[in-house]
Write a protein that binds this ligand. Structure first.
Ligand code: NAP
Length: 293
């Protein structure tokens, strides 16, 4: 299938490599041209408009609502040309209203739309092992499914457009709170003389461990020892963006989210301390080592 990806960030590049491996003909476009060169085997479009014109389906996975506006809108945007009958799949983590508004713009051009935000980071994206939260009308979901199944170990159609975004924010909420909770638990362990590797192994084997520790536990141990766990998949500033979106959704729904509010303050502090580009789990390490103010 002729597929286009607009947005070759960490996730877009990993998804692109996976699709090439699965045998698709891929065309890519990215705002900053330098990232395009890093994806071997893909054709390159000079604009988002040209990209959309030359493929059957377009995938986007972009930072936020502003990025979606820029990439889809404007005279060189994805929707600028004749896109009748094409399929657009947005996989960004944004608020449900952003996806609903985007779906309306895409449909107004006679094209089909599905949202599919994902659980899992760069490694699972590269291996086709994401968890996809598909929000779409049934016919559009059926069109998107064959592509998404090659990217996801589990693909759940959770409702119309907007439902995937809601589910994704909900799934990320306990994870964001967990990084802070783990940091506070590790702060309590300061008097103990236990090797960080053993400590994280212990947490991971108890009810005090979340699923994510099976993947991130060793990296946290490395950071606790002062080491560098390698490049971030999902960073503190990305977490901040999601927590702000969760709180905004809470307001719309009239529900209080007190733990999420406290977690926002903790993430903001870590970002102010220069950790914005570091992996999310470095929040736990920051808090484990933090001197009381
Ligand atoms: P990233 O590496 O920072 O990439 C962001 C992409 O968005 C880049 O292609 C960037 O283009 C583009 N972009 C940002 N602002 C733009 C603008 N104003 N106009 C045009 N393009 C713009 O981010 P990522 O980690 O791949 O995440 C992408 C999305 O997936 C986010 O919504 C994130 O929450 C979600 N997500 C991430 C992970 C993860 O583990 N990283 C996991 C699940 C979901 P440039 O290269 O030109 O900056």
């Amino acid at each position: 299938m002729l597929i286009g990806i607009a947005g070759l960030g960490r996730m877009g590049a990993a998804i692109g490599a996976r699709l090439i491996e699965a045998g698709h003909k891929l065309t890519v476009w990215n705002r900053s041209a330098a990232k395009v060169k890093a994806l071997a085997g893909a054709a390159v479009a000079v604009s988002a408009k040209e990209l959309a014109g030359g493929v059957e389906a377009v995938i986007t996975i972009l930072t936020d609502a502003a990025a979606i506006d820029e990439v889809y809108g404007g005279p060189q945007g994805l929707l600028a040309g004749d896109v009748k009958g094409k399929l657009f799949i947005d996989m960004s983590t944004v608020r449900p209203a952003t996806e609903i508004a985007l779906a309306a713009k895409v449909r107004a051009k006679g094209a089909a739309f599905a949202e599919c935000p994902v659980g899992g980071t760069v490694g699972p994206a590269r291996q086709g092992r994401l968890l996809g939260l598909l929000g779409a009308e049934p016919a559009d979901a059926a069109r998107a499914r064959p592509i998404l199944e090659q990217l996801c170990r589990r693909l759940e159609h959770v409702g119309p457009v907007g439902a995937g975004a809601t589910m994704k924010l909900a799934i990320n909420l306990p994870l964001m709170v967990y990084w802070q909770a783990l940091g506070e638990a590790l702060a309590l362990c300061r008097p103990l003389d236990i090797d960080p590797v053993r400590l994280m192994d212990l947490f991971a084997d108890t009810s005090g461990g979340a699923n994510v520790l099976k993947v991130r536990g060793p990296a946290i141990a490395t950071m606790l020892k002062g080491g560098d766990p390698g490049p971030a998949g999902f960073n503190i500033d990305g977490g901040l963006k999601d927590i702000r979106a969760m709180l905004a959704e809470g307001k719309v729904l009239g529900v209080e989210l007190p733990l999420t509010e406290r977690t926002l303050a903790c993430f903001e502090e870590a970002s102010r301390q220069g950790l914005g580009a570091k992996e999310n789990s470095s929040l736990s390490v920051y808090w484990a080592n933090r001197k009381s103010g």
